[in-house]
Design a binder for this molecule. Structure first.
Ligand SMILES: [Zn+2]
Ligand SMILES: [Zn+2]
Ligand SMILES: [Zn+2]
Ligand SMILES: [Zn+2]
Ligand SMILES: [Zn+2]
Ligand SMILES: [Zn+2]
Length: 485
C-alpha cells in the first residue's frame, strides 16, 4: 500500500459511464481492440492494453501483429497469458485533465477527471433537470441558481394536489397519482373474462362500468367459465387415452426384453458347456490352466470387447501399411505438391509459410529424410523465389548409420511439359554443418536453396513446372556405398 494521501480517493474513483471531454489524451488509454476508452484495462503478454470485453474475445494479438508471440494457440492454452487487471491505467486516467461539462455555457474550469464530479455538481454554469422529472416535469435544463425557485413552483411538486385526469372529480397529491389510477373508477379497463370470449364490452370501459357489467352478466360469465372448463376436460380425456396407449407399449417392450434375456442366458450356458467339453477332452495341464482363466472372464461381453480391440489394431496396421507403401526406400523422393495456389496464398499470409514432404529413406533401414518447401520464398528468396531444402529426420536406425551424413544430394523441380527442362541443384553435405549431424530432435536444420527458382519463372505457363495447379519435386541422394546393416 502506498502512503500517498490520494490513494483512497483514487481507489474509490468510479469511472463514469460517459467519457468526459479530455484536454489531451494519449492513445495508450484506448483499447487496442475496440478503440474505446479503457475503463477496465487488461494487459496482454505482448504489451497491449485491452478492455474487458475485448479480453474475453481475444483470438490473436489485438494490434494484428502476425509475428506476435501472443498466438491463438497460446491463448487457447490458458487465460493466464493475459496479465491481471491493470490498476495503474485507471489511476493515470483519473488524473488526466478534463474540461468542465458546462464549458459550452462559459465555464473555463479544467481539473483532473477524479475531481470533475465535485466541480460539475457545484459549477456556477451548471444546468440541471427539475428534480420532479419522474412525475412528468419536462424542464431538463435549469441553471443552478434557478433550480430551487423552479422546484417550489413546479406543477409536478409531489405535495401539490391536482385533479384526477380521468375526471373522477377527486383531488390527489402528485406523488399519489400512480396508486390512485390503479383504483380510480373512471380509468378504462377491459372485462376480466375477455380472454375467455366476453365481447359484451366494446374494447375498454371505465372501471365503474366494468364493475357494473360483471354484476349484471353473472350468468353469462359463468357460462363462459364452464365452457372453457369443458374444453380443459376434453384435453385431459385425450391425454389419458394417450397415456394408457403408452403404458401398454411399455408393457409389450418389457415382455420382449424378458424373452431376449432368456435367449442370451441360454446362449451363455451353451458357451459354458462347450468350454467344459473342450476342457474335458484335453488333459494337458498348461492348456487346462489357460482355459480356466479365460473361462472365468468369459462371456459374450468380453468376446465383444476383444473383437473390438482386434478391429482397432487391424485399422492401425492398415494405416501403417499404407504409409509404408507410400514411403520410398531407394533414396529417391517424388513429391507432388497439389493445390499450389492455395498453399502459396497460405505461405504469403503466413498461415503456413512452409510445407514438408512425406519422409523417404536411403535404404529400408537407412537414413530418414524429407524435403521442405517455401512457396513464397525464405531468407534471401523471400517473396521472389521458390525455396527448396533437404532435411535429415530422426530415424529408427540412426544408431547403425554413419554420421555426419555425407551422400550427395540432388534437388529437382520437374518439367512436366515433356521437354525435360528440369531445374536441378546438386550439392555435397558440409560435414561441419549441423544439418547433417546425427539428429537429436525430430528434424535437423534444413539445408538447400533459398533461391531455387524465381517464382515468376516457376509460374510462367510456357514452362512446364506448374501444371493443373501442381508441382513435382524430386529429391534424390547418391546411395552408392550405402548398404543395409
Ligand atoms: Zn476493447
Ligand atoms: Zn501482440
Ligand atoms: Zn464548470
Ligand atoms: Zn419541474
Ligand atoms: Zn380518478
Ligand atoms: Zn364480461
Amino acid at each position: 500500500m502506498s502512503d500517498e494521501p490520494t490513494t483512497n480517493f483514487t481507489a474509490s474513483f468510479v469511472i463514469p459511464d460517459e467519457d468526459p471531454s479530455f484536454k489531451h489524451i494519449p492513445s495508450k488509454y484506448y483499447c487496442s481492440g475496440c478503440k474505446k476508452l479503457l475503463r477496465h484495462a487488461f494487459q496482454t503478454v505482448c504489451g497491449h492494453h485491452v478492455c474487458e470485453t475485448c479480453k474475453d474475445e481475444l483470438k490473436e494479438c489485438p494490434v494484428g501483429d502476425n509475428d506476435c508471440k501472443l498466438s491463438a494457440s497460446l491463448l487457447e492454452e490458458s487465460e493466464s497469458f493475459i496479465e491481471r487487471f491493470d490498476t495503474g491505467i485507471k489511476r493515470e486516467l483519473s488524473r488526466l485533465t478534463v474540461f468542465c461539462p458546462f464549458r459550452h455555457r462559459g465555464c473555463a474550469q479544467e481539473c483532473q477527471w477524479r475531481h470533475l464530479q465535485i466541480h460539475s455538481e457545484n459549477c456556477e454554469y451548471g444546468i440541471f433537470p427539475c428534480p420532479y422529472v419522474k412525475y412528468g416535469c419536462e424542464f431538463k435544463e435549469i441553471p443552478r441558481n434557478k433550480i430551487i425557485e423552479h422546484a417550489n413552483k413546479c406543477k409536478f411538486h409531489p405535495e401539490r394536489k391536482v385533479e384526477c385526469r380521468f375526471g373522477c372529480g377527486l383531488e390527489v397529491k402528485v406523488k399519489d397519482l400512480e396508486s390512485h389510477e390503479t383504483e380510480c373508477k373512471n380509468v378504462h379497463i377491459n372485462c376480466p373474462l375477455e380472454d375467455l370470449g366476453c365481447t359484451k364490452i366494446s374494447d375498454v370501459a371505465s372501471r365503474e362500468k366494468v364493475e357494473e357489467h360483471i354484476r349484471s352478466q353473472n350468468a353469462f360469465h359463468f357460462g363462459l367459465v364452464s365452457d372453457s372448463f369443458g374444453e380443459v376436460n376434453d384435453c385431459v380425456e385425450v391425454l389419458t387415452k394417450d397415456l394408457i396407449a403408452v403404458s401398454e407399449t411399455v408393457e409389450k417392450l418389457k415382455d420382449e426384453i424378458k424373452k431376449k434375456d432368456e435367449i442370451i442366458l441360454r446362449l451363455q450356458e451353451e458357451i459354458a458347456n462347450n468350454r467344459q467339453d473342450a476342457r474335458n477332452s484335453n488333459n494337458n495341464p498348461d492348456s487346462f490352466n489357460s482355459q480356466e482363466k479365460s473361462n472365468s472372464s468369459g462371456s459374450f461381453h468380453s468376446l465383444e470387447v476383444n473383437f473390438g480391440l482386434l478391429r482397432v489394431k487391424f485399422d492401425e496396421m492398415e494405416v501403417r501399411l499404407e504409409s509404408l507403401e507410400k514411403s520410398s526406400y531407394n533414396g529417391v523422393l517424388m513429391w507432388k505438391i497439389v493445390d499450389y495456389m492455395q498453399k502459396k496464398r497460405d505461405a504469403k499470409t503466413k498461415k503456413a509459410s512452409t510445407i514438408y514432404s512425406p519422409p523417404f529413406y536411403s535404404t529400408r533401414f537407412g537414413y530418414k529424410m524429407c524435403a521442405r518447401a517455401y512457396l513464397n520464398g525464405d531468407g534471401a528468396g523471400k517473396d521472389t523465389h521458390f525455396s527448396l531444402y533437404f532435411v535429415i529426420m530422426k530415424g529408427d536406425f540412426d544408431h547403425l548409420l554413419k554420421w555426419p551424413f555425407q551422400q550427395k544430394i540432388t534437388l529437382s523441380l520437374l518439367d512436366m511439359s515433356g521437354n525435360g527442362v528440369h531445374v536441378s541443384d546438386t550439392f555435397r553435405p558440409d560435414p561441419n554443418s549441423k544439418s547433417f549431424k546425427k539428429p537429436t530432435s525430430d528434424l535437423n536444420v534444413a539445408s538447400g536453396c533459398p533461391q531455387f527458382i524465381p517464382i515468376d519463372l516457376l509460374e510462367n505457363p510456357s514452362n512446364g513446372y506448374l501444371k493443373d495447379n501442381q508441382l513435382l519435386i524430386k529429391v534424390s541422394i547418391d546411395t552408392s556405398g550405402l548398404k543395409d546393416p
